[in-house]
Each structure stands twice: as structure tokens, then as C-alpha cells.
Design a protein around this ligand. Structure first.
Ligand code: GLN
Length: 478
């Protein structure tokens, strides 16, 4: 038998179904690797906030995912298992239920391997805003893995989990996938239930897969989608998610928006991106320019809308209902204040202040109202572009992984990391990041976006490119 670590999640599920691999053994291989990372402290990658104790009951059910272990971002509620969204304020919180997507994956046979480290309440692009400490990038331990799903991305890239669940509000699946050299899919808003996800910005948050290859992304997504009565914004996906098979891109019209693929993008990233476009052309794609005139305003709109929604969502953490409570308070108000002072980190406090200000009477229309109007324009730009092309291609992130600590004191420059990913989030449309090469020895991501519910088309195109690019996604096992 080949080394089980070499198997993709889909291959592992097939081997289990064929009887050539034991689900319990597979689980134990990954469980011990994840536990070793957890126990390694500073010598590890710090990917995990919790690791399963044992996997005796794993497998044997005949379910399609056959017991293949899955790592789950901390912010998904998992029954009886710590779920803190990377925050101190949820210390000690053990949810009495599991998020719908976790339930669905588990019903399909996936076994909970571990919870992954993340930026606190998913606010961040480097995973340095976690109460559990920063995660390291397996390609270079002095670099960040991206964020906010940095633990999920680093774990998959390092072979500490076959695949992982993340969330993307403005880029938090795609950007860490790009920086760690793996695949990340942000689905159409509403296609996956948000029930049981600890909310950041509800009109943007979406769960999605972080995987070693495109086929695994399709397979996990297939078992996540669908309407859920517990989430009124969830929708029935209009068709089955198929496993991608395309080898060519004949007739696929790929649009490249100058606004997101020129100025502000690092030279090495642009080079790898352009080489991937040339490859797409060889595979039969028709490449043309498209315009997204309002895309450069996406970040400004996002950093009003997301903090506004966060300030409202995070109001529930008051020391009364969940997790941490300051015990030295003189009265109720003092207890609220001290709990929030002690429980939230600096970035979360910054967003709560920004959001509360943007929503305050007198400023509401000037900030929130205007940002919503920009959001509408951005969605319209995409609709116009998709009259001319099938998919839009951009680099996923403007740079490769930055050094730990490089931007922590400069939040505005940190926010620029999301320049290429935020427009799709505001428009609610799906987008994938696949690795398309290296720059200075670090992975570069290519982003493909399409109209709402075009996931099958995106996955097919990403698969054809992936096969042809043949990216070697092994950074050297840790
Ligand atoms: N980095 C962005 C932010 O800090 C996006 C985060 C996300 O997608 N959760 O808000």
C-alpha cells in the first residue's frame, strides 16, 4: 500500500470503500500527527486548538466519505468540543450542538479530527490575531500561513489533516489556501448553511473546503451544500455538485480585470499568474480583458460593512451567556466592560469600535448606507462582466506569505491582503484559489470566480488547469 499520507481525501475514501485501507488506521495516522503538532509548542506549526483523543469508532459505516478525518476551523460549533473562534472570550464554552455543515459532513462519514487555529472571530489575514498564538506556514516557518483560516490551510499543506473546513468572509479561505499552496473554495453565498458558525459578518460569511486538490474540494462541497431550515439565508443548490473531469478549457471565456491583476500586485505573483493564463490559453481558453470599475472600492466598503455587522454580532458576548466572565466586577455594567476588555483582542476591539461608529445615528447613511450602495455597484460590475466571459481570473493575493510580525503594527496595510478576494465576497459569488506556481520559493494562488451557482464550471476549469500545471504541493513534511 502507498503511504497513506500521499492519498488525497477522495483517494482515501475510495481505498476505504474498496477495503484496502482501514478507516481507523487512517484516522490514527492523522490523529497522532495532529497531536504531535499540538504538543510541539513553538517547534510545531500551532495549527490546532483541539485534537480528538481517539478514533476507535471511526469508519465501517459504508458512508461516502468512509471515515476520512476532517479538521474543522475553531469557529464551527462542535457538540461538547471547545469552539472559541480563536478568542479568549469563549474560554470554556462547549456548544450543546454542532454546526449544520459539521453534521452534514459527519453524516456523509467524515470524522472530526481536530479544531483548527484561526484569527479571532475570523478577523485577520495572517492568523496572528488568535488568542492561541500565531500559526506558522509549513513552506517557511518564519512566514504567516494567511488568515483567517490559517490553521486549516497550514494543517492541510503540512499533511497534518487530509482536508479541512474553513470560512471566508472577505478571503479567509482563498487567501490562506494561496499562501500555503493548496486549494480553497468560497461557495456562492447561501449555498451552505451558516447555522452553528460563530458569526463575524452574516451577509458575507460562508463555509467552504480547504483541500490538497480540486477534486477533494468538489467532494467536500458536495456534502456541505443545501437548504437548512435553521438558516433562513440558505438556499437549495440548483444542481448536483459533480466531481470535475475536464482536461481542456476549449471554449471557456476567461476575463482578466485590470483592476485586480495589475497595479499593487507583487512582480513574482504577477509572473506566476501570467504563466498560468498562458497555460489556460494552451488548453483552449479564450482570454480577454474585462472591466470591474468599482472593484478598487471594494475594500473600503468591506471595512465598513464587515465591522458594522461584527459589532452587532459580537454584542452577545457579555459575560452572561457564554464563556469568560470577569469575576472582580463591582456591578453589572462593570462586569460587561471588564469581560469584554479582557476577552477580546486588539483587532476585534478595533472592528467593534469601527462598526459601532459606522452604525451610529447621524453617520449611518454616510458610512453604512454608502458602503451598501458601493456593494450593489460591485455586484452589477460582475453581472456585466459575466455577459462577456464565463469566469474571471485574478491572482488570489497581492503577495506571497509575509514574515511573521511584518504587518501586525499596520492594520491598513494588512487589510490590503484582501484586495483581490473581497469583491467576490461583496457580490456573493463563488471563487476558488488553486496554486499556480512559486515565487521566491513560496506558493502563489490563482483565483477563478464565476456567477452565483457556477461552482461546477469553476471546479471543472480549476481541475483542468491544476492537472496541466502539475504544482508539487509538498513543502517538506514537518
Ligand atoms: N482578512 C479579512 C478580514 O480581516 C477577511 C477575513 C475573513 O474572510 N474572515 O476581515
Amino acid at each position: 500500500m502507498t503511504d497513506v499520507l500521499e492519498l488525497s481525501a477522495a483517494q482515501a475514501a475510495e481505498a476505504i470503500a474498496a477495503g484496502s485501507l482501514s478507516a481507523a488506521e487512517l484516522f490514527e495516522v492523522y490523529r497522532s500527527r495532529a497531536a504531535a503538532d499540538r504538543d510541539a509548542g513553538d517547534d510545531g506549526l500551532n495549527c490546532f486548538t483541539w485534537v480528538a483523543e481517539r478514533g476507535d469508532e471511526v469508519g465501517g459505516t459504508g458512508a461516502p466519505l468512509g471515515g476520512v478525518p476532517v479538521a474543522v476551523k475553531d469557529l464551527f460549533c462542535t457538540e461538547g468540543v471547545p469552539s472559541q473562534s480563536g478568542s479568549r472570550i469563549l474560554e470554556g464554552y462547549l456548544p450543546p450542538y454542532s454546526a449544520t455543515v459539521v453534521e452534514r459532513l459527519s453524516a456523509a462519514g467524515a470524522s472530526l479530527l481536530a479544531k483548527t487555529n484561526q484569527d479571532e472571530f475570523a478577523m485577520g489575514s495572517s492568523n496572528e490575531n488568535s488568542a492561541y498564538g500565531a500559526v506558522r506556514n509549513p513552506w517557511n516557518r518564519e512566514r504567516v500561513p494567511g488568515g483567517s483560516s490559517g490553521g486549516s490551510a497550514a494543517a492541510v499543506a503540512a499533511g497534518l489533516a487530509p482536508w479541512a473546513l474553513g470560512t471566508d468572509t472577505g478571503g479567509s479561505i482563498r487567501q490562506p489556501a494561496a499562501l500555503c499552496g493548496i486549494v480553497g473554495l468560497k461557495p456562492t453565498y447561501g449555498s451552505v448553511s451558516r447555522y452553528g458558525m460563530i458569526a463575524f459578518a452574516s451577509s458575507l460569511d460562508q463555509a467552504g473546503p480547504l483541500t490538497r486538490d480540486v477534486r477533494d474540494a468538489a467532494l467536500m462541497f458536495r456534502h456541505m451544500v443545501g437548504r437548512d431550515d435553521c438558516d433562513a439565508t440558505s438556499l437549495q443548490f440548483p444542481h448536483e455538485i459533480s466531481l470535475p473531469e475536464a482536461e481542456r478549457l476549449d471554449g471557456v471565456r476567461l476575463g482578466v480585470p485590470e483592476e485586480l491583476a495589475g497595479e499593487g500586485i507583487e512582480a513574482g505573483v504577477l509572473e506566476a499568474f501570467r504563466a498560468a493564463l498562458a497555460r489556460a490559453e494552451e488548453l483552449g481558453a479564450e482570454i480577454s480583458e474585462v472591466r470591474l470599475p468599482h472593484a478598487p472600492h471594494a475594500l473600503s466598503a468591506y471595512y465598513v460593512i464587515a465591522p458594522a455587522e461584527a459589532s452587532s454580532n459580537l454584542a452577545r458576548f457579555d459575560g452572561v451567556r457564554y464563556g469568560l466572565r470577569a469575576d472582580d466586577a463591582s456591578d453589572l455594567l462593570d462586569m460587561y466592560t471588564r469581560t469584554r476588555h479582557d476577552g477580546f483582542g486588539a483587532e476585534v476591539k478595533r472592528r467593534i469600535m469601527l462598526g459601532t461608529y459606522a452604525l451610529s445615528s447621524g453617520y449611518y447613511d454616510a458610512y453604512y448606507g454608502r458602503a451598501q450602495r458601493v456593494r450593489t455597484k460591485i455586484a452589477q460590475d460582475f453581472r456585466d462582466a459575466f455577459q462577456q466571459v464565463d469566469l474571471i481570473a485574478t491572482p488570489t493575493a497581492p503577495t506571497v506569505a509575509i514574515k511573521l510580525g511584518e504587518k501586525t503594527s499596520d492594520p491598513l496595510s494588512m487589510y490590503l491582503n484582501d484586495f483581490c478576494t473581497v469583491p467576490m465576497s461583496l457580490a456573493g459569488i463563488p471563487a476558488i484559489s488553486i496554486p499556480c506556481g512559486l515565487s521566491g520559493g513560496l506558493p502563489v494562488g490563482l483565483q477563478l470566480a464565476g456567477p452565483a451557482f457556477s461552482e461546477n464550471r469553476i471546479l471543472d476549469a480549476a481541475y483542468a488547469l491544476e492537472q496541466s500545471l502539475g504544482f508539487d504541493g509538498v513543502p517538506g513534511r514537518v
